[in-house]
Design a protein around this ligand. Structure first.
Ligand SMILES: NC(=O)c1ccc[n+]([C@@H]2O[C@H](COP(=O)([O-])OP(=O)(O)OC[C@H]3O[C@@H](n4cnc5c(N)ncnc54)[C@H](OP(=O)(O)O)[C@@H]3O)[C@@H](O)[C@H]2O)c1
Length: 233
């Protein structure tokens, strides 16, 4: 499938995996809108990579409403949502706090769901569309201190499967990508990107995976794909 002139929203497109996916979609000839929380970083990255930036926090329903309205007014259509914005927090069970858990679920689960809910209305109506959920290999297996982050990505995996069941009859593909570790600004308080490491993945492998999944003819779809570094040790 040709992605040229398709329109995509990439949440959290101002950094890391989202930025790389936005660049790849643009290189395919698509029109791309990236979102993020930090307005000045968003503006800088949008102009650097040549896409549109729209300041929208996925935790804020008014922001989501405004984003979809803006996309409709400026592009007139939406072909895909890349549900990428995500945060992490880690704690052992006996150090758990309700606030830490709510904070991560707010973005990774509730925010992703509300973004997808708006997209689903558009996609059901037009009888096509793609939703790509960027989960994690943490959605596949729990680990020590993973109660907050892994549980949020397990929840996203459950949502992907529910949305697949609901939306397949409408020619809507829901694709979950599970990256393993990629050095980015992820979970960094200073939000500065980490340097790439020779034996770890880079954002490009995730962007390549997403583009390959989207380019498949619409008769088929990849429900879930995991991407690991060959030898990260
Ligand atoms: N890096 C990894 O090792 C890894 C592995 C597996 C899965 N993932 C997943 O991949 C996704 C992207 O991670 P990354 O490594 O690229 O992290 P990143 O560099 O920290 O980028 C996260 C992006 O999401 C945005 N964001 C965060 N909260 C948001 C919100 N509430 N509303 C809108 N935008 C928000 C950030 O914007 P601001 O900077 O303005 O806050 C930033 O653009 C996440 O879902 C993460 O869980 C990452």
């Amino acid at each position: 499938m040709n992605l040229k002139d398709n329109t995509y929203i990439v949440t959290g497109g101002s950094s890391g995996l989202g930025k790389a996916m936005a660049v790849s979609l643009k290189n395919e000839g698509a029109k791309v809108v990236i979102t993020g929380r930090d307005q000045s970083k968003l503006d800088t990255v949008a102009s650097e990579i040549g896409v549109q930036g729209f300041h929208a926090d996925v935790n804020n329903d008014a922001d989501i409403e405004a984003l979809y309205g803006w996309v409709k007014d400026n592009f007139g259509k939406l072909d895909g949502l890349i549900n990428n914005a995500g945060i992490g927090d880690w704690a052992e069970l006996d150090q758990m706090s309700r606030e830490k858990m709510k904070n991560v679920f707010e973005t990774n689960v509730f925010g992703a769901t509300m973004m997808a809910s708006h997209a689903a209305r558009i996609f059901k109506d037009q009888k096509y569309g793609d939703i790509v959920n960027i989960a994690s290999t943490a959605s596949l297996k729990g680990y020590k201190m993973g109660s907050i982050y892994a549980a949020s990505k397990f929840a996203l995996r459950g949502l992907s499967q529910c949305w697949q069941a609901e939306l397949r009859p409408y020619n809507v593909r829901v694709i979950q990508i599970n990256p393993s570790e990629v050095p980015t600004a992820f979970a960094k308080v200073d939000r500065v990107e980490k340097p790439l490491e020779d034996n770890k993945l880079t954002p490009k492998e995730i962007a390549d995976t997403m583009v390959a999944a989207l380019k498949m003819d619409r008769r088929g779809f990849i429900p879930e794909v995991s991407v690991f570094a060959t030898n990260p040790f």
